[in-house]
Design a protein around this ligand. Structure first.
Ligand code: JD8
Length: 383
């Protein structure tokens, strides 16, 4: 990935040299270039700002230096990221989306902001994403750019030493992190919770999940129960009339899957309405609706003593609220008598999905074709 940052304070971005981004550079995963906007202001004082049309306090950044800078730095088709207090909230999901791009250009504004025509003009040849770091006011875009670069760079495949750790994180599954501890086991009269010293990985995973849910309920209830966000969720067996919405939701969800699995062929992405009508007539398919909107679905099909689970989908804007976990539980509960194994397939790059399935007791059993992993779980056997 290539990153370009345009700013009137290039030294503000010096931390990029030090940090994670520096290591990514050494690994050849990331190429970072910082540019001084004043290099495109050619008057004696290298002026980049002027008074606002319509009056008001402060100064506005002039369009000409920005236009010339972006002409020089941003090739057609690049993604222009503009930190702004009026931008879309920056989230882990947006970080993942930006991490799928090959070239990001950051336009760091100052003063009262950048002349709007710079973004309007840029949008004629670039993907323009105005992004806000949070509901508070900074003096410029540099700090936001640093945070966004770090959140994006660490998602670049091969960047984090062990991709595994990415799966464990807050906001990956909509729950906050559980508390962590390290040696010594006693410190200033404070002990590490016994369960963490037990070596019983199932109990440890359960304790950590409970801690995550408790913290989320206390600190971020908005992230917790589906009903809290979605209102009542009705789950029922699919009807023929659901086919159109199901096709639409499926395509939206599998477009997202291509971000984490760019080289994998996905039937779900290319199926037709008739294909969907055909497979909802086979096996068991559940759909979830909230306020009349189709927000999720899952299917189960019997293959001998195996219950083949698939097409687990949650509307992209509602992911991370536990709806996927709930639908998985519901379709598992529908496994026919005599089922001895639950099985599913997902993208090798779909770490978030794998995390959900692993938390539900599924384990990766190996590759099932290029870029696809098979996960399964014994069923019906008393532990
Ligand atoms: C870019 C200029 C300062 C903002 C007058 C203060 C992001 N979450 C965020 N808060 N603030 C910013 C941000 C602030 C910026 C610029 C981003 C460029 N300013 C302006 C409008 C009010 N001053 C941000 N991301």
């Amino acid at each position: 990935m290539r990153l370009d940052v345009v700013t009137i304070f290039p030294d503000y971005l010096a931390p990029l040299e030090l940090s994670l981004a520096g290591k990514a550079r050494d690994k050849g995963l990331l190429e970072v270039h910082v540019h001084d906007l004043r290099d495109w202001a050619h008057d004696r004082h290298r002026t980049v700002d002027d008074t606002p049309y319509g009056g008001g306090a402060g100064m506005v950044m002039k369009p000409e230096p920005w236009g010339d800078a972006l002409d020089a730095v941003a090739p057609d088709g690049a993604t222009l990221v503009v930190p702004s207090p009026s931008g879309a909230p920056f989230t882990q999901a947006l970080a993942a989306e930006l991490a799928s791009r090959s070239h990001l250009v950051f336009a760091c504004g100052r003063y009262e902001g950048i002349d709007q025509r710079v973004l309007d003009h840029a949008a004629t040849r670039l993907e323009v994403r105005e992004v806000s770091l949070g509901d508070y006011v900074l003096n410029g875009g540099e700090v936001a750019a640093l945070a966004i670069v770090e959140a994006v760079a660490r998602l670049i495949p091969g960047f984090m030493g062990n991709a595994e750790s990415l799966v464990e994180e807050s906001h990956q599954d909509g729950l906050l992190e559980y508390p962590v501890y390290t040696k010594p086991a006693q410190w200033r009269g404070l002990d590490v919770p016994d369960v963490l010293l037990s070596g019983d990985h199932a109990r440890i995973a359960a304790w950590r999940h409970e801690q995550s849910v408790r913290r989320t309920a206390e600190r971020r209830p908005d992230l917790l129960h589906p009903s809290a966000m979605l209102g009542e969720v009705e789950v029922r067996v699919v009807q023929p009339g659901d086919a159109g919405e199901l096709l639409t939701l499926q395509r939206a969800c599998w477009v997202q899957e291509t971000w984490s699995n760019p080289d994998v062929e996905m039937d779900a992405l290319t199926e037709t309405l008739d294909d969907v009508r055909t497979w909802i007539a086979e096996g068991t398919t559940l759909v979830a609706r909230s306020a009349g909107r189709l927000v999720g679905a899952v299917r189960g099909r019997r293959h001998g003593d195996t219950w083949d689970i698939g097409r687990l989908m949650v509307a992209p804007d509602l992911q991370g609220r536990g709806l996927g976990r709930m639908l998985l539980e519901r379709v598992v509960a529908l496994a026919p008598p005599g089922t001895t194994q639950l099985e599913l397939f997902t993208g090798a790059g779909s770490l978030r999905n794998q995390r959900l399935y692993r938390k539900a007791g599924f384990r990766v059993r190996g590759e099932a074709g290029p870029g696809v992993v098979r996960m399964s779980k014994p069923h019906g056997h008393p532990r």
